[in-house]
Ligand binder design. Structure first.
Ligand SMILES: Cc1ncc(COP(=O)(O)O)c(C=O)c1O
Length: 303
């Protein structure tokens, strides 16, 4: 068994809470992924990929976990590496908030920063490093099918168990696409009438056929359509502008006491817009992906 199992048991099985939105007169069902132990939905894929690698004998005492990430996956692997006794090396953009960098280093992981925008450069860097040094184990969150598998068999099943009736719509942003792909498969299999919507920054709405540009919604839309979304049944997209995402995040922070980051605000804004075109009692589910403390130095906390 992978050392660190007590920590791994804290991951997943997060609650869903109903958010009564007034004056819109709608209820949004929000899955509280920020309650995972390192503070984000990414704990799930880190646990599943590490457990799988360990059980298949892909990890040994020299292994070093090497991943490119916008931050949350890095924090998740750094936490699990600390608990399970594996060194972790994280490659991330130097534009990622200082808080995320400091949390990763605080867990004892090594950080390599790059200054290009988007993930592509970082992913290539990890591939080059792994080609030269066999100690590196690459979780490959952007293409590893276990990422979406985990959301299909865990997150999606939890959502089905936790909601009080037929789910009319599921709304989620995408980074790797794992959440959207996996939950969509689970929910469509359980009920083919459930509609799946991809939330995208209005400034970078690639699935809507527009150009990728700069946005402030942390943790999503890295400037390309991820492989894990290929062949996934998506019924529609919903654009949320960066200012609207920040405004809804502050509403979640101040009106509901939920200290979540900007992708959670963007998800709820999109879910509310979709729920507004549905009957008042329609069950619309979305994700509160991460905690706000890692964004103190970003626009979210600008007064
Ligand atoms: C804050 C936040 N929200 C949403 C997502 C999207 O998750 P996924 O990678 O499963 O598409 C991520 C992923 O990086 C994230 O960090």
């Amino acid at each position: 068994m992978l050392r660190g199992a007590p920590l791994l048991d804290l991951i997943g099985n997060t609650p869903i809470i109903p958010l009564r939105m007034e004056p819109e007169n709608r209820t949004i069902w929000a899955k509280c992924e920020f309650l995972n132990p390192s503070g984000s939905i990414k704990d799930r894929l880190a646990r599943t990929i590490m457990t799988d690698a360990y059980s298949r004998g892909l990890l040994n005492e020299d292994s070093d976990i090497l991943e490119c990430t916008s931050g949350n996956t890095g924090i998740a692997f750094a936490m699990i590496g600390a608990a399970c006794g594996y060194p972790v090396t994280i490659v991330m953009s130097e534009r990622a908030s200082g808080e995320r960098r400091r949390i990763i280093e605080h867990f004892g992981a090594k950080l390599i920063l790059f200054n290009e925008s988007g993930y592509r450069h970082g992913i290539e860097l990890t591939q080059q490093m792994a080609a030269k040094d066999s100690r590196y184990f690459l979780p490959r969150q952007f293409e590893n099918p276990l990422n979406a598998w985990d959301h299909e068999h865990e997150t999606g099943q939890e959502i089905i168990r936790q909601t009080p009736g037929t789910i009319a719509a599921f709304v989620s942003g995408y980074g790797t696409g794992g959440t959207l792909a996996g939950c969509s498969r689970a929910l469509k299999t359980a009920n083919s009438s459930t509609k799946i919507f991809a939330m995208e920054p209005a400034e970078s709405a690639l699935l809507a056929g527009e150009e990728a540009c700069c946005h402030w919604i942390e943790g999503i839309a890295g400037g390309f359509i991820p492989k894990l979304l290929q062949g996934i049944a998506i019924d529609g997209t919903c654009k949320v502008s960066s200012p609207d995402a920040i405004a809804m995040t502050r509403r979640l922070n101040r009106q509901f006491g939920l200290l979540v980051g900007s992708s959670s605000g963007a998800n709820v804004a999109a879910a509310l817009s979709i729920a507004s075109s549905m009957p008042e009692d329609a069950i619309v589910v979305t994700m509160l992906c991460d905690r706000a403390e890692r964004y103190f130095s970003t626009r979210l906390f600008d007064s």
